[in-house]
Write a protein that binds this ligand. Structure first.
Ligand code: ADP
Ligand code: LRH
Length: 476
């Protein structure tokens, strides 16, 4: 009889509940429920619909029971930085506002003006992104001070979903590091920083590590869902779970490819040197206190938005195929802030091309080609920055996440960099989430054992550099 564990992986574009189980040396994975996600306007702010997400999680749990998968534990991961504040009765004082909302406009720049970048970077190791939790909290402090005054509890999105399931409050470590409020060396909330920023220290919970057994489901939920499950904390930051599932941590660069492209390496310590700060690399906390030295690149959000705006329905697979026959050769700088939340992504890409006096991409294939090639240029640049910083070169790049299914982009990257590209699993985040549950339950002994089981359980596609002449065109 199968005894499974459930990984709830909610990304900015979609969520899924995946059941996983171990069979000797292999890992098995089954999707039990998938649903759409996205931020919508509520009272002038872009917000996630957290009640809808909670309902989808419950539907997923029920589906796993109905499918005879006998789940015994569950863990939730989501995108980073976003949070809710609760009052003394544990009622939400805020919507879960999305990191793409304009409420943080200008705040990071103000903080940098006052404190300078160095102090913040040396303490937190976190890259300067306008949407970091720090700036979101300061936006609330500036415009809705009463909310912050009444707040008793700060929970990040997965922490809050775990709270709804168990009634237990915690801030999970990997996601907490993305706030830019944790000290990279003590690995705790940086109370001095919080005080300097004028933020209340009492709202933050003790942080707990991936693999911590939080609690069983609340009794009423056990009755409603017809199952008793333990909530075990995974790495609740989706990117941390994804990277936990990359087998070759010492020999490979990775790209966690989804709404964002997160490109980097795993490291035993944070790299808080000036070059890393200037290149805007982050040192987010990973499983086993490893650090994720990586850079956020605008990612497949750009194609998601184009797909949403196109008059006809296009699948991601078809857009990727269509790009293959396109002869379009223009590129945009995907790292520009203009692509973070433009009113219309197609117009924004076309304007950027017009400003750079390039041909204007209009067909779906040309737009897709422009995005993929532009992403590949940015990946190549980030790889160069990593290799300069750590003073070594890497032979291969391991791409995981939904975007690893994009054969065109995978090949483009192999051709541009001259490196081997390994692609898959596309559900690495769920696998990494499950890995910490299996380790907590003693089904897998260590991260290393888990990673080698992942390597032998999931198919990985290999791309070798082919068109070497392209490698040298528009080198970064
Ligand atoms: P997130 O969790 O960040 O929302 P995912 O890891 O689910 O993102 O990846 C979503 C992305 O994967 C989509 O934006 C799309 O570009 C890409 N993708 C998904 N399926 C395919 C496919 N069959 N072919 C090419 N790309 C795909
Ligand atoms: C990817 C991700 C990324 C963060 C961003 C907010 O889903 O978690 O690691 O920087 O969303």
């Amino acid at each position: 009889m199968i005894k499974s564990r459930l990984a709830v992986d909610i990304g900015a574009s979609s969520g899924r509940v995946m059941a996983g189980w171990t069979t000797g040396h292999n890992l098995e994975l089954k999707e039990v429920h998938r649903f759409k996600n996205g931020a919508t306007l509520k009272e002038g702010h872009f917000c996630w619909d957290i009640d809808y997400l909670y309902e989808q999680i419950k539907r997923g749990i029920k589906a796993s029971v109905e499918q005879g998968l006998n789940p015994t534990s569950i863990g939730i991961n989501t995108w980073a930085v976003d949070f809710v504040l609760l009052d003394e009765h544990d009622h939400r004082l805020t919507e879960a506002v999305s990191y793409r909302d304009a409420r943080t406009d200008g705040i990071m720049e103000d903080v940098i003006d006052v404190y300078g970048k160095e102090v913040l970077y040396e303490r937190t190791g976190i890259a300067f992104q306008p949407f970091n939790t720090l700036y979101q909290l300061l936006a609330i402090k500036r415009r809705q001070p009463d909310i912050l005054e009444n707040a008793q509890t700060f929970l990040m999105v997965p922490d809050y979903l775990h709270f709804l399931l168990t009634g237990k409050k915690t801030n999970e470590y990997t996601n907490a590091t993305t706030t830019q409020l944790m000290n990279a060396f003590t690995k705790k909330w940086d109370e001095d920083l919080l005080t300097e920023m004028g933020l209340p220290t009492h709202i933050f919970q003790d942080t707990h590590l991936p693999g911590t057994k939080l609690s069983p489901l609340k009794a009423d939920l056990q009755r409603e869902l017809g199952v008793s499950l333990d909530v075990i904390l995974p790495a609740t930051h989706d990117t941390a779970s994804a990277i936990a599932a990359v087998p070759e941590w010492q020999t490979s660069l990775y790209i966690s490819s989804g709404t964002w492209s997160l490109i980097g390496i795993e490291n035993p310590f944070p790299i808080c040197i000036t070059k890393a700060m200037n290149d805007n690399f982050t040192n987010e906390g990973g499983v086993n206190y490893r650090f994720r030295f990586l850079k956020n690149i605008m990612g497949l959000w750009m194609i998601q938005e184009v797909q949403r705006l196109l008059p006809d329905e296009w699948s991601f697979a078809d857009l990727a195929k269509e790009s293959q026959t396109s002869t379009y050769s223009g590129k945009v700088d995907v790292d520009q802030r203009r692509f973070l939340k433009p009113d219309n992504m197609i117009d924004e890409i076309q304007s950027a091309c017009r400003e750079a006096e390039q041909e204007i991409p209009t067909s779906p294939g040309d737009l897709a080609k422009c995005i993929y090639e532009s992403l590949a240029v940015s990946y190549e640049k980030a790889i160069k920055q990593i290799e300069e910083t750590v003073e070594r070169t890497y032979e291969q790049i391991h791409i995981i996440g939904g975007g690893s299914q994009n054969a065109q982009l995978n090949q483009m990257l192999a051709d541009r960099t001259g490196k081997t590209v390994l692609a898959g699993p596309s559900e690495a985040t769920a696998v990494g989430n499950l890995l910490m549950q299996w380790i907590a339950a003693g089904e897998i002994v260590s991260l290393e054992e888990g990673r080698s089981m992942i390597k032998q359980s999931f198919q990985v596609e290999e791309y070798q550099p082919q068109r070497s002449e392209q490698r040298y065109a528009d080198k970064v």
